[in-house]
Design a binder for this molecule. Structure first.
Ligand code: C2E
Ligand code: MG
Ligand code: MG
Ligand code: MG
Length: 288
């Protein structure tokens, strides 16, 4: 009897795993058509400089409008896109769309764009970035690329080479999700980062978790000593903000200041004077 119960359990478990796998491969199939069906949209979340209290930049965050599922979060589909290589064309779409949209804002905010590991080691990222800046007319100094440690671990020399090439174009580079990867300390020494973003997982508990607080405090000190500006992401609570400010963190991003929003909802904040329709057809023409 006991044996049978175990068998039943295993069968049940297997079936649910199959379902998960089927779900993933269904998403992967649909993801292939998402670009041509124009189902992606960028949301924008403000980054603030606490010395002035002003918004200095917006991070572009990808959203997928799925016909049946509604909005699918990037944490669900980015890993799939990374697995099957679609992250390359999707990442290119993100870069082009972000630069084109931001070039139409009257206020000269910077735009931060996430770059996946596969994009960084891809042969022509520098060329794609360069061409995007030329075709959209966006000044290189207004573009920041956010890369994670995962991109660096695979091939450190190659990554360093590409980062230097990108910086030579005049764009800036941020280390995203700092603290959750490996080799953090030497990475900051070797790579010429313009900004370090402390991962949200440390920031969210910073006011009542002493270990998280220690990591955040040490990161701010280290970044200050290395003269790298440091930004805390995921600032949701007033107490986190107070802690970070007291520790000398001058840049912040989080729901406390603003959630990621579609362009239509921040249009008045960024001084956008073109209609979204115009922007999109412009972009399609230039990439056709
Ligand atoms: P990330 O680059 O670290 O982006 C920050 C994430 O934290 C965003 O989640 C943002 O909505 C969320 N966030 C910001 N402030 C708060 C807060 O106060 N509270 C909470 N709970 N969350 C906050 P999102 O938009 O779901 O994106 C998740 C991740 O997906 C990103 O993390 C990034 O790694 C990836 N991603 C998003 N867009 C792109 C993209 O265009 N390309 C690539 N390669 N990855 C992307
Ligand atoms: Mg990011
Ligand atoms: Mg991050
Ligand atoms: Mg993250």
């Amino acid at each position: 009897r006991a044996k049978r119960a175990v068998t039943d359990k295993v069968c049940y478990y297997d079936r649910s795993m199959d379902e998960g796998r089927r779900e993933r491969s269904a998403l992967a199939m649909e993801l292939r058509h998402a670009l041509e069906r124009d189902e992606f949209e960028l949301y924008y979340q403000p980054q603030l400089d606490m010395k002035t209290g002003e918004v200095t930049a917006y991070e572009a965050l990808l959203r997928w409008h799925h016909r049946e599922r509604g909005i699918v979060a990037p944490e669900e589909f980015i890993p799939i896109a990374e697995e099957n290589g679609l992250i390359i064309p999707i990442g290119e779409w993100v870069l082009k769309t972000a630069c084109a949209e931001v070039a139409g804002w009257r206020k000269p905010y910077k735009i931060a764009v996430n770059i996946a590991a596969a994009q960084l080691v891809q042969a022509d990222l520098t060329k794609v970035v360069h061409e995007t800046l030329l075709s959209t007319g966006l000044a290189a100094s207004r573009l920041e690329l956010e890369i994670t440690e995962a991109s660096i671990i695979e091939d450190r020399d190659r990554a360093l080479h590409v980062v230097r090439q990108l910086k030579a174009l005049g764009v800036t580079i941020a280390m995203d999700d700092y603290g959750v990867g490996y080799s953090s300390l030497s990475t900051l020494q070797i790579f010429p980062f313009d900004r370090v973003k402390i991962d949200r997982s440390f920031v969210e508990d910073v006011s009542n978790d002493s270990a998280a607080a220690a990591i955040v405090r040490a990161t701010i000190l280290l970044a200050n000593d290395l003269r790298i500006p440091v930004l805390a992401e995921g600032v949701e609570k007033r107490e986190s903000f107070e802690f970070l400010r007291a520790e000398g963190c001058t840049e912040m991003q989080g729901f406390l200041f603003g959630r990621p929003l579609p362009l239509s909802e921040i249009a008045s904040l960024v001084g956008r004077n073109e209609a979204p329709g115009n922007m999109r057809s412009e972009l399609q023409r230039s990439s056709a």
